[in-house]
Design a protein around this ligand. Structure first.
Ligand code: ZN
Length: 132
């Protein structure tokens, strides 16, 4: 079974911490040991896991990604958002998280981030909690 998490983004490029929302769904599921699949059904967004302590990490990730894949280049895609499509593929649209003792087994500094590459928009994240 999949649960939809609605995410409203406010910037063109943005990383939004969705760890707490995912933790809530894990708790609601009652699963003590298992796995949680987080899937982004979009072609210009992604999901990743990284540091949630210092916000400058988010800023640096987005800043460097936009240098690797610049918004304006010799792209042919008519919609004009090829960079967002490429970033979605590079960062990836799914993550698999371990669950132990009813909680996400994340490292001390890890958080789950929805990555917006062509916002602002209304987005969806699909989440499935599976018991071992
Ligand atoms: Zn496009």
């Amino acid at each position: 079974m999949w649960t939809t998490l609605n995410v409203r983004t406010h910037e063109h490029f943005e990383m939004i911490d969705i760890t707490r929302e995912i933790e809530k769904l894990v708790k609601k599921s009652g699963v003590k040991s298992g796995r949680c699949v987080v899937y982004v059904p979009h072609t210009t967004a992604a999901v990743t896991i990284n540091e949630n302590a210092d916000p400058s990490v988010k800023r640096d990730i987005l800043h460097e990604l936009s240098k690797v894949i610049p918004w304006n280049d010799e792209y042919t895609h008519m919609e004009g958002n090829s960079a967002a499509h490429i970033l979605s593929t590079l960062v990836g649209v799914s993550e698999l998280l371990p669950i132990e003792e009813g909680h996400l087994l994340l490292g001390t500094w890890q958080g789950v981030y929805f990555c917006e590459f062509d916002g602002p928009r209304s987005r969806k994240v699909l989440i499935s909690v599976v018991e071992d």
